[in-house]
Write a protein that binds this ligand. Structure first.
Ligand code: CA
Ligand code: CA
Length: 387
C-alpha cells in the first residue's frame, strides 16, 4: 500500500491521505517537497521586467496537496504579476495556495517583477519556501525559513541588475585655499577680510545626460560646509547620498543650484524631519533659501572681524542650471565619484570685470530681488568646475 502509485482523483487522494494520517501518525515523511529557482542567465537592466520561475518538485512517494508556496521579493524589486494561482499579498510576497503535487511531479510557479535602481548583490536575494503542506516531509518543515535557505523546501536566487553607483562630491574653496569655518582668515577685495561661519547650498534635479533623455540621480540634496573646520575636512568635500544609474556612456551631467520651481513650490511640512527640504524655508518670501553665505568681516583692516555678513538667497529667479559636457562611462558594478569644486570667491567677485560685492555697502541680503542676491546667483556658473 505504501508505494501505491498516485492515480486517484484529488478527492480520492484526500480520503486516502486522511486514512494514512490516522494510521501512521508521526511516522516518516510521505511527500518530500523540494523547491528551486529556475536559473536566470545574465543580469537585467534597471527597469526591465524579469520572469521568475520557482519549481516545486515532489520527490514522493505520496502526493501532497494543500501546499502553499511563498516568495518574498527583496526591496528594489516591484512585483508586476503573479502567474497562474499566485497572488500578491501586498507585502512584497507572492503566495500560491492549495497546490497539489503528485509524486515525482514538478509544478512551475511564475511571477514577474521589475528591477528598480539597485546596486549590490546580497540584499537582492529572492527567498521562496514551502509554507504549508498536508503531508509530512522527511527532510524539511514548511514555513520555517530564516534568511539563508537551510532546507530543500527553501530556495534563493540572487539577481541584481546591471548598475553603477555614482557619488557627487563637492569640495569648497576660497580662491586656492580650502574653505573652512571660523579659524581661517580670507583676504577680500579692497583690504577687507572674512572669517567664514556658514556656506551651504541646495542641489536639485541632478541628471546624467544621454541624448534627449537623462538619468535622474538625485532629486534634491543639501550640501553644507557648516561643520568643516580643518583643511583635512575641507579636502574630503561633501557628498549627497550615492545614486544608482544604468551602466553606459553619458554625454555629461547637469544639476540645478538651488531648487527647481516644482520643489520650491513645496513647504517643509510636506517632508519628514531630516529630509533636506524640512528646513531652510523663508516664509516671507514663499521660497526656500537656495544658498547661505555667512561670515564675519573685517572692513577697516584693523584685525577686528566685527561685522556680520548674512546673505541668504532664494526665489525662483535665482535658480541656476549647470551642465557639464564631459563623457562619463559607467561600468556594471562600478562605484564612481564625480568630483566638483566650488569656489566661493568666484561667487563674490566677478573674474572678468573685477566687480565684487562691497561689504562696506551691503552686509546682508534678505530679498530675492536684491542686487547682491542676483549678483551671487549669476556668478554660481563661474564658481563650479568639474574635474
Ligand atoms: Ca523536503
Ligand atoms: Ca523549510
Amino acid at each position: 500500500m505504501k508505494l501505491l502509485p498516485v492515480v486517484f482523483s484529488l478527492a480520492a487522494v484526500l480520503v486516502f491521505n486522511a486514512c494514512r494520517n490516522n494510521d501512521d501518525e508521526g511516522s516518516s515523511g510521505k511527500a518530500d517537497l523540494e523547491l528551486s529557482f529556475e536559473a536566470i542567465a545574465g543580469k537585467p537592466e534597471i527597469g526591465d521586467e524579469v520572469n521568475f520561475q520557482i519549481n516545486l518538485y515532489n520527490r514522493g512517494p505520496m502526493a501532497a496537496d494543500g501546499v502553499t508556496v511563498e516568495n518574498r521579493l527583496p526591496a528594489g524589486y516591484r512585483l508586476t504579476g503573479a502567474g497562474a494561482g499566485g497572488a500578491d499579498t501586498g507585502e512584497g510576497t507572492v503566495r500560491w495556495q492549495g497546490l497539489s503535487v503528485g509524486a515525482d511531479e514538478t509544478i512551475s510557479l511564475t511571477f514577474t517583477a521589475v528591477a528598480e535602481k539597485l546596486f549590490g548583490d546580497a540584499q537582492f536575494t529572492h527567498l521562496a519556501q514551502v509554507a504549508a503542506s498536508n503531508q509530512s516531509d522527511p527532510d524539511s518543515s514548511p514555513g520555517n525559513i530564516e534568511g539563508t535557505p537551510r532546507e530543500d523546501d527553501e530556495a534563493a536566487l540572487a539577481l541584481s541588475p546591471r548598475a553603477a553607483q555614482v557619488t557627487l562630491n563637492f569640495k569648497a574653496f576660497y580662491g586656492s585655499d580650502p574653505l573652512v569655518m571660523f579659524g581661517r582668515e580670507y583676504a577680500y577685495e579692497d583690504n577687507m577680510a572674512l572669517q567664514m561661519q556658514l556656506f551651504q547650498f541646495y542641489l536639485s534635479d541632478v541628471r546624467l545626460l544621454k541624448g534627449q533623455d537623462g538619468e535622474t540621480l538625485t532629486d534634491v540634496a543639501l550640501i553644507s560646509y557648516g561643520n568643516v573646520y580643518t583643511d583635512e575636512e575641507a579636502a574630503e568635500g561633501k557628498s549627497p547620498a550615492p545614486a544608482v544609474a544604468p551602466p553606459g556612456t553619458y554625454t555629461g551631467i547637469e544639476f540645478g543650484f538651488g531648487l527647481t520651481p516644482e520643489l520650491n513650490a513645496t513647504i517643509p511640512p510636506d517632508y519628514p524631519l531630516g529630509h533636506p527640504l524640512s528646513e531652510n524655508y523663508w516664509d516671507a518670501a514663499g521660497s526656500y533659501i537656495f544658498f547661505k553665505f555667512e561670515a564675519n568681516a573685517d572692513l577697516e583692516a584693523d584685525g577686528n572681524f566685527s561685522e556680520k555678513l548674512t546673505f541668504h538667497v532664494g526665489g525662483n529667479s535665482n535658480y541656476r542650471k549647470l551642465a557639464f559636457d564631459k563623457p562619463i562611462t559607467l561600468e556594471d558594478g562600478e562605484e564612481r565619484t564625480l568630483q566638483f569644486n566650488i569656489d566661493l570667491r568666484r561667487i563674490l567677485v566677478d573674474q572678468n570685470t573685477g566687480a565684487y560685492l562691497d561689504f562696506r555697502q551691503v552686509m546682508q541680503s534678505h530679498s530675492n530681488e536684491s542686487p547682491s542676491a542676483t549678483f551671487m546667483a549669476d556668478h554660481v556658473l563661474d564658481a563650479i568646475d568639474m574635474e
